[in-house]
Design a protein around this ligand. Sequence first.
Ligand SMILES: [Zn+2]
Length: 245
Amino acid sequence: MAEESRANGRFERALVVGAHPDDPEFGFGGTVAKLTAEGTEVIYVVCTDGCQGGEDPAVPDAELSAVRYAEQRAAAEVLGVREVVFLGFRDGSLAPTLELRRAITREIRRWRPDLVLTHAPLRSLDGAIGAFHPDHLAAGEATLSAVYPDARNPRAFRELLAEGLQPHRVREVWMPGFDHADHVVELSPELVERKIEAIRCHRSQFDKPEMEPGAPAVWVRERMRKAGEKAGVEYAEAFKRIETA
Ligand SMILES: [Zn+2]
């Protein structure tokens, strides 16, 4: 049977760190819906401005970013997320730099989450290549480095102390499991539909010639069904869970 989602007791607050607008929903949407329904406060941190997520090179970057930020806010609202923080790094250029680590550390210290959900920092060569966008790997690596050691170490990024941001220890990190999954969050059909409704808010991402209408709902549901099947439940999202306290 599936393991309970509260792997280490109840979570007061969860921070979801995604590379692009739409990653929080594709990667964690069902789990976010479940957490907020259980009373966990969820905050999104979106690292990039989403300006590469389109097919028309004539559209100005700022225009596309504005559309994607609005879509991200709407999707977050569907899932009951309290706040969306946009770090504004350039889409397609993300690297696990000290600058990115500092920006994520700032948000960890500001929101003080027990649980962090983010991308895996490693490629799985068996997974769909789209899951391993280089920005995802960079966001995953920078987030793990922010969780340990930066957010908890008072000597790291000392300028954050001057902003009133004290060190903070995150208790757990969950990343999409791929070939390392060891934690399954069971999702009811209602939570699955909520995730799909949130994904549908990212309209600009489905306005592509090769995309059949309704296609994202089909493959997103199928992915949750496959993750559930492995765990003996109908639908699930599967993660690699690490304890980081
Ligand atoms: Zn992405």
